[in-house]
Design a protein around this ligand. Structure first.
Ligand code: ATP
Ligand code: MG
Length: 183
């Protein structure tokens, strides 16, 4: 699975629809402090099912919705969609029918988040599992937040094991076992 485009609409500072095209090779995002570079990475993590507001640097999940600026009113919803090239058919079963796969997450004030995958309404868990099985996702060690390296160095053994499991691509199994134990 190759991510080819991230589309933001009303997400944090990206009030107008904005496309980040992810071409082959290395994509760099540069800009002055506060222009929204970290917001882009947060949008990527969010569309993959991140459900901790703190990981979005917010107090509540609705803080990701554009909150208004001097010349623009606040928005009522935020939407992020991730476009995936699936020509190699590496998406997990159930999502693997087509050459392209779109994952969409939308949050509406007072109504929470809703997800779509391949045009169908799905649960947050389905999206989290889809990416966990593909060895990526909102907790993936491939996404390195500012300050995360020092967290890793200071992590307790259990937390460090989680990071290694994610890297080994078995976190989907881990989550299923955890859910089975709760039943
Ligand atoms: P740095 O180089 O300092 O790391 P950056 O490019 O990573 O900066 P971000 O942290 O992504 O910048 O963007 C911060 C900006 O996003 C701030 O101006 C902040 O006001 C704005 N912002 C965050 N959440 C919202 C929101 N809900 N509505 C409107 N603007 C927001
Ligand atoms: Mg930043």
């Amino acid at each position: 699975m190759r991510f080819t485009r991230l589309r933001l609409n009303g997400f944090k500072s990206f009030v107008d629809p904005t496309d980040l095209v992810i071409a082959d090779g290395l994509t760099g995002v540069v800009g002055p402090n506060g222009c929204g570079k970290s917001n882009l990475l947060e949008a990527l993590r969010w569309v993959m099912g991140e459900n901790r507001p703190t990981a979005m640097r917010g107090g509540g999940m609705e803080d990701v919705i554009f909150a208004g600026a001097a010349t623009r009113g606040a928005r009522n919803f935020a939407e992020v969609s991730l476009h995936i090239d699936n020509t190699e058919r590496l998406a997990p079963s159930g999502f693997n029918e087509a050459d392209e796969l779109d994952i969409v997450r939308r949050i509406t004030r007072d109504a929470g988040s809703a997800y779509k995958a391949a045009g169908r309404d799905v649960r947050a868990r389905d999206v989290q599992m889809l990416f966990a099985d593909a060895s990526t996702g909102s907790h993936s060690p491939a996404l390195v937040r500012q300050g995360q390296i020092s967290e890793l160095i200071n992590a307790r053994p259990k937390a460090r094991r989680r990071i290694l499991e994610e890297a080994a691509g078995i976190s989907g199994l881990y989550q299923r076992r955890h859910e089975a134990e709760l039943k």
